[in-house]
Design a binder for this molecule. Sequence first.
Ligand SMILES: Nc1ncnc2c1ncn2[C@@H]1O[C@H](COP(=O)(O)OP(=O)(O)OP(=O)(O)O)[C@@H](O)[C@H]1O
Ligand SMILES: [Mg+2]
Length: 319
Amino acid sequence: MDNVKYTSRRLAELFGLTPKQVVEIVGHRDGFGPRDLAVLRKAVRRPPEPFPHRKQLFLNFKGGTGKTSLSTSYAYRLAERGYKVLVLDLDSQGHATRCLGEEGSSFTKTLYDVLVRKTPLAEVTIETKMPGLWLVPANLAMSTVDLALMPMAGREFKLKNALRDVDKQYDFVVMDAPPSFGLLNLNALMAANDLVTPVLADFLSYDGLRLLFETIQGLEEDLSHQLENIFICVNAFNQTFRIAREAVDALREHYSEYLLHSVVRQCTKFAQASSEGCPVFGYDPDSKGAMDIEAMQLEVLGRIKDGLAARPDAARSAR
Ligand SMILES: Nc1ncnc2c1ncn2[C@@H]1O[C@H](COP(=O)(O)OP(=O)(O)OP(=O)(O)O)[C@@H](O)[C@H]1O
Ligand SMILES: [Mg+2]
């Protein structure tokens, strides 16, 4: 994320300052980057609105629905707001790792070591170039984790237990899941408070959703784990396609309780941003993609807050 550049206007917007004040505080007039966010935050002393600790999983068993693009951008935006955020890359493809500017193959340890070899999570966590954003990277070593977990006792609870050690360090843990059905994703579901499921506005997405909801029901019945929130987010929406509009109508009909009003529109900037190794907010904060994720995040946070206000006991159990 060395290439992430901010304008004085964007920094001013983020901190409620004028561009002139930004320049005065950071002490230079161009070449603004993520480090300047930390300087400004310290100077303005405006912490983010307190939010109860959340573990949020981006999962869909179907591939290519935008789990990585949305989760990394979502996590980055939380860090921009001033929250302490840990991203867990659960996918041996290491795409979230790459979207956050790191190369998975350069790391000798991943979550595999945490889940299988009991390595403390802190030992495999790295600091990204964005202040407030940490990452547990992934690489091909993760590909055998399901197999290694299979014979272990308490194999569904390994991630939940590992995260207990670091609960208090982070405001949010954001997990990017692989598009597979197995023990690792079961661990992720068991650890999560909230599930965010990106879906494409096509009818194939239904199969993935049905399997996901059956799995969630199984968790409730067999492992007594209840997710606090489930959010379905339509991604890569193009309203000029009739089929896309019909698919959203069908989602609204069957999953209205979970479907977010905000929709992430089709936006080429996601592909460009990931090829540059940065989330869409770092690449083009004025893009449709960035604006839509901003709206999606505000809706998710708002709904969680409303839910917690209605169930105060849930706020305490979120840790
Ligand atoms: N809103 C969008 N508009 C246009 N392209 C998008 C959008 N969201 C994601 N993409 C593109 O779609 C492709 C798949 O996205 P992404 O890798 O985020 O999906 P995924 O669900 O993580 O995939 P996988 O299942 O392989 O992990 C990428 O090329 C990405 O750039
Ligand atoms: Mg992915």
